[in-house]
Each structure stands twice: as C-alpha cells, then as structure tokens.
Design a protein around this ligand. Structure first.
Ligand SMILES: Cc1cc2nc3c(=O)[nH]c(=O)nc-3n(C[C@H](O)[C@H](O)[C@H](O)COP(=O)(O)OP(=O)(O)OC[C@H]3O[C@@H](n4cnc5c(N)ncnc54)[C@H](O)[C@@H]3O)c2cc1C
Length: 416
C-alpha cells in the first residue's frame, strides 16, 4: 500500500477521526489505517432484523464541549432519556425524579420516598457547586474515590447503594465507585447541563458525521498495524508505509503495545439486546438494579427513547452486565432473563435475544491518579504522537479532545 500522506493515523475511532478532521482544516494530508471493517471504534451501531444495536449501551451527553464544537446535533436528530432514573429494590420500581430538570415533577419528587429531602438538597448543592466550576478546575481538584466523595457530600449508604452505585456503574462501568472523583464530578456536571441522548440512527451516526468531512480514500479499513518504527508502520500483511508523522489513535491496550508503554487497566462490560412486544417500564428512563442482586446493572428500553431503534410494533431492550464474565452468552442470558422475570414477571421469558456484545476493553480504568494530569502529553517521541480516551478522560469528550490535541501538536511541529 503506498501513500504520499504527511501523517499516518492508526485507528478510525473518535480520536483518530477528530485528529483527521483538524488536519484537513490545516491543509495537512493524512491516511487513516484502521484494523476493523468500519469506522467509529467503540462507537458503532449494527443493524439486526431492523433493530439498531449500539456496540454496548452508551449515550452522548450533549453538554460535552468538544462534541458541541464538532457535531451538528440537529442533523443527528438526538433523542433524549427522561432525567432521573428508576431503581429496583424492595420488590418494586422506585422512581427518582429530577425536579430541577422536570419542573412539572416537583410534587412527585417531594412525595417520592426514594431519597430523603436531605438527599435531594444535597443533589442540588452538588449540582450548583459543579455548575460554578469549570471543567479545567474539576480536573485539577484534589481527588479521591467517587464513593468517598459521595460520602463527604453527605449522601447516606442507602442512596449510594440504590442509586449512585448502579447509575454511575452504568456510565463509568465501575460498580465499586473507585473511579476518581474528578471523573465523577465531570460526568455529573455534564449530566446536569445537557441531555442524555442517542442519535435517531444509533451512536454510530456520530463517527459517521465526522467522517463526512474526510475524503473516502483517506481511510483504509481491514488494515492492522503490527508495529511502528521511527516514521514507518508495518501492517499485518508485511507491507509498510511511511509518513512525516505517525499518530497512534488506537485504544489504550493497542496503543501501549505499539509505542512500548505499559498496558493500562480496562473496565469491561457485556451488553444484551432483546426484542419485546411491550415496554416493561412506563418512561424512557434508565432503570437500575438498586438491590444489587443478580447480574444486571442497568437496563433501558432504547425504542422508548428513540423509536427508530426498533421496527414498528417492537421494543428494543438493552441490558448491561458489568465486568468480565466467564459464562457463555446463553448461560449469562439465562441469568439475565431470570432476573428480569423477577422484576417484570413471566413476560420477560418471551423476550427474544437479538445479539450480545462482550467488551473486554470498554473504557480505561480511571482510579485516583489516572487523570493526573487530566490531559496527558500526546507527543511520545519525535514524529510519533498518541491520542485516545486513555490520553484524556474515558469518554466521547476525552477521545474527541485528545484527537484534536494530537492534530494541534502535529500542526505546531510541522510549522517549526
Ligand atoms: C460499552 C461502552 C459504553 C460506553 N459508554 C459511554 C458513554 O455513555 N458516554 C461516553 O462519553 N463514553 C462512553 N464510552 C467510552 C467511549 O466510547 C470511548 O471513550 C471512545 O469511543 C474512545 O474513542 P477512541 O477513539 O479513543 O478509541 P476507539 O474507539 O477504541 O478507537 C480506536 C480504533 O483504533 C483501531 N485500532 C486499534 N489497534 C489498531 C491497530 N494496531 N491497527 C489499526 N487500527 C487499530 C480500533 O479498531 C479502533 O477502531 C463507552 C464505551 C463502551 C465500549
């Protein structure tokens, strides 16, 4: 494979695509080399029997500053979750409504016996504190675990166990709440200041929109890079390519292998998709396992949020199971359905498994210390740059921002 591009970008995930977009604007030529058969990396959507299946439950927090800059939200036709959540415990679904986001729900919020009035006020105080903090400030604060921060904010054990553990577990993929408080505060700020959404055509519409601005022949799929040496990369088939600069925009473990760094630890998750005739919950809300029993951490009826996720007359249910599972798909799905039968009755037995995804590296693990500094250098050695969510924070925002930073570093170094 020959190329006359200035820059070789390894990986067509959000980081690689955002890097490419910025280089295009600066008039610098590039070639993206991607191992898989499509763009988007961890943000892809498959179509199965007319259902849209994101590769793992994930959402766009519309307040992400980088996403706001790069994406045209109106063309993504975003569909949003209702604020708040439902939590299963004590043998029933307990709503936790967010009256600040749903002003018509104040009465229900005050009447709800889930979370004391004190918890609601603490939530408001936390929201207000974070509203008045910049993202930069949040990522510079002294840090500790998310759980310790929640305790110091005064939340009681029940609120932490029944709400924050599964809620943040579903977002940070960390049911133990050991993730750095900086990440928790950043995510909480983003949740408070925008919507929790998915594009009508699935999360894969996000990378697709960024790639629209790149020329077709600038992305080479099904091409795994085996190694890199100075300004040369070698593909799995033995071919090599040279560029003035190389940007490694691979996921953390792959990037570490390519540039010879220690492999970062990962958070894992499995996601099961089921077709159902009726939605088992009344609102498009995230539903949480508040009693902690059983494999399911969180659950959402995606077709309630975005009807286009399922063919007419059908519902699409997404179920997340945290961690690495040794069981087969059939065994784990059996346990999932048994738990859902406990929650929703025998109707759960009629749900049809469409597909499941086991994702060993879903996000980099970000315990205290991992975001110190929050934006780690994208320059590895002369001519070699690295970007990806492992260089910033584990999110769509972090991946996009790191890609932009890598491009800026290349532009600056080329101008010298
Ligand atoms: C299940 C799940 C849920 C998530 N939930 C959320 C959420 O709700 N909100 C949020 O903001 N974020 C969420 N995230 C995180 C977010 O998706 C990622 O942080 C982001 O997509 C990472 O983008 P990236 O470009 O850094 O890496 P990736 O998307 O991993 O892209 C790297 C690319 O490099 C390619 N590659 C790797 N090695 C090579 C090689 N040797 N040669 C060529 N190509 C290679 C890969 O195939 C891949 O396409 C979630 C992630 C997962 C998996």
């Amino acid at each position: 494979m020959s190329t006359s591009a200035d820059v070789l970008i390894i990986g067509a995930g959000l980081a690689g695509l955002c890097c490419a977009k910025r280089l295009t604007e600066a008039g610098i030529t590039f070639q993206i080399v991607e191992a898989s058969d499509g763009i988007g990396g961890r943000v892809r959507t498959d179509e199965v029997d007319g259902f849209l299946l994101d590769r793992g439950f994930q959402v766009l927090l519309t307040a992400y500053p980088e996403a706001r800059k790069i994406l045209d939200y109106s063309r993504l036709d975003l569909k949003s979750f209702s604020p708040g959540a439902l939590s299963w415990f004590a043998g029933r679904m307990n709503p936790i409504v967010d009256p600040w986001r749903m002003p018509g729900m104040w009465r229900e919020a005050l009447r709800s016996d889930f979370g004391t009035l004190g918890d609601k006020l603490r939530m408001a105080r936390l929201r207000s504190r974070l509203k008045h903090s910049s993202i930069e400030d949040i990522f510079k604060r002294p840090e500790r675990s998310t759980k310790d921060t929640l305790k110091s904010e005064g939340f009681n054990q029940e609120m932490i166990h029944r709400f924050f553990r599964p809620f943040l577990g579903g977002i940070l993929l960390d049911g133990e709440l050991k993730t750095t408080s900086r990440m928790f505060e950043f995510v909480f700020k983003m949740l408070s200041e925008g919507s929790t959404s998915v594009p009508a055509r699935g999360m894969g519409a996000i990378p697709a929109q960024i790639a629209e601005k790149l020329s077709n022949d600038s992305i080479c799929l099904n091409s795994r890079v085996e190694s890199l040496h100075e300004n040369e990369i070698t593909l799995a088939g033995g071919e090599s390519m040279r560029g003035r600069a190389i940007v490694v925009a691979a996921d953390g473990p792959s990037a570490a292998h390519l540039v010879g760094e220690a492999e970062p630890a990962s958070r894992s998750v499995s996601c099961f998709y089921y077709a159902a005739e009726e939605p088992p919950v009344p609102r498009p809300m995230l539903t949480l396992n508040g009693d902690g029993a059983g494999p399911v951490n969180n659950f959402a009826v995606m077709s309630q949020v975005a009807p286009s996720y399922a063919p007419r007359g059908n519902q699409l249910i997404s179920v997340s199971v945290l961690g690495t599972q040794e069981l087969t798909e059939a065994q784990l799905s059996g346990f999932v359905i048994a738990q859902m039968k406990n929650w929703f009755g025998v109707v759960a037995r009629s749900w049809r498994l469409l597909k499941s995804y086991k994702i060993p590296h879903a996000q980099p693990q970000q315990y205290p210390g991992a975001l110190e500094p929050a934006e780690r250098s994208v320059r590895v050695r002369p001519g070699i740059y690295v970007c990806g969510d492992h260089r910033d924070n584990a999110s769509i925002q972090g991946a996009m921002r790191s890609g932009h930073r890598a491009a800026e570093a290349v532009i600056k170094d080329f101008a010298r």
